[in-house]
Design a binder for this molecule. Structure first.
Ligand SMILES: [Zn+2]
Length: 370
């Protein structure tokens, strides 16, 4: 079903895996071997004498833009820096790097699978398949409800989440785990106001690692017990602290590949469904499309939408050239609006809009007279 990764995708994934391993080298003994293994993957791509030949040569390169040492053929990737000055993964690896994650050790056992966060070893389709395999045996309505449930409940009080799921008649989907250490401070955690997943906490900065959510806060400690978040860097919404005790969240790969794109899909579906005389269905036919739109009672869909959230228009166009979407309308999130020109140029046969544009078009075509 999925296409084999290109040498470039393999190298980018290897760079991110090596970067992650380096960031946890003090806690995990396997990390050193992982960096060595990934150096090998990159060496094979670049050829003899053209790149790092040892981990000691690779690690400094991870602190520089990829384009300065790896032929990337993509601007967003060329600018990607894997490790920050504290030797932690940069936010861009979550935004840009994820678009390229591929299997780097095809045909052999991947020792990284046991301990690397799975978005660094798996593609989006594999994560989706693993999570929703329990839903595909049920009805279309169960599938829609289950997928929506996960998008709306990626973190929270564990018992409340189970209660909500049981009330909806849904089986357990993804695994919920304790709030990770780097996402809490003094027994508290803070959900991103956009995706509801725990924001990361690092040196008094609390932020969602998916940068388009624009959720960045400064942690004010007050008298020591009274923790407060002050919006920073253009964030507007206020966020209340939650207690770590009894709280749980889905793992990073589910957040990145299901929750992050799902937030846009659910939001857009609800906006369209609020139009008078319009029926909008999320994930109809168990995800044949992201959203199907028609007049109430009509048999045929008037609009079929697929939402694609890629940090690079070029990467998205490349994926769609290999595998076409079945929906008639390709929709990009409003925060990716600056990709429109390039996407239309690269994919001239596709009907492409932003969230707001498609909403306006549907409103004009079907939305009654209000
Ligand atoms: Zn977020």
């Amino acid at each position: 079903m999925s296409t084999p990764p290109t040498p470039m995708e393999r190298s980018v994934t290897a760079a991110i895996r090596a970067g992650y391993a380096w960031s946890v080298r003090h806690e995990r003994r396997e990390a050193w071997r992982e960096v060595a293994r990934m150096t090998g993957v990159i060496m094979r791509h670049l050829g003899p004498g053209k790149g790092p030949t040892t981990p000691a040569e690779l690690v400094p390169l991870l602190r520089r833009p990829l384009g300065t040492w790896l032929p990337t053929a993509d601007e967003a990737l060329a600018e990607l820096v894997v490790l920050d000055e504290d030797d932690q993964l940069t936010d861009d690896t979550f935004g840009v790097g994820c678009d390229y994650t591929a299997e780097v050790l095809a045909g052999q056992k991947d020792p990284g699978e046991r301990w690397l966060p799975s978005w660094r070893t798996h593609r989006a389709e594999q994560v989706e398949h693993d999570v929703f395999k329990r839903l595909v045996a049920g009805t279309d309505d169960d599938y829609t409800a289950g997928r929506r449930f996960l998008v709306e409940n990626p973190a929270g009080h564990a018992k409340t989440i189970v209660k909500r799921r049981v009330n909806l008649g849904l089986p357990p989907l993804a695994e919920f785990k304790d709030i990770p250490n780097d996402r809490q401070w003094r027994g508290q955690w803070w959900p991103c106001p956009v995706c509801s997943w725990p924001m990361s906490v690092a040196s008094s900065l609390v932020r969602c690692r998916f940068t388009p959510h624009r959720a960045v806060y400064t942690l004010l400690e007050g008298d020591g017990r009274n923790l407060r978040l002050q919006p920073a860097q253009g964030s507007r919404q206020t966020v209340k602290a939650r207690t770590v005790e009894g709280a749980a969240c889905v793992e990073e790969s589910v957040w990145r590949y299901i929750v992050v794109p799902g937030v846009v899909e659910v939001r857009l579906r609800d906006r369209i469904a609020a139009l008078p005389d319009v029926d909008a269905v999320l994930y109809p036919g168990q995800d044949t499309y992201d959203i199907g739109v028609r007049r109430p009672g009509a048999k045929e869909w008037a609009f079929t939408l697929d939402v694609k959230d890629y940090s690079s228009a070029r990467a998205l166009a490349g994926k769609l050239a290999v595998r076409r979407i079945t929906a008639r309308h390709l929709v990009i999130p409003d925060y990716r609006g600056d990709q429109l020109g390039e996407l239309r140029q690269r994919l001239p046969d596709l009907d492409i809009s932003t969230e707001t544009q498609i909403h306006r078009r549907i409103s004009r075509a079907l939305g009654g007279t209000r």
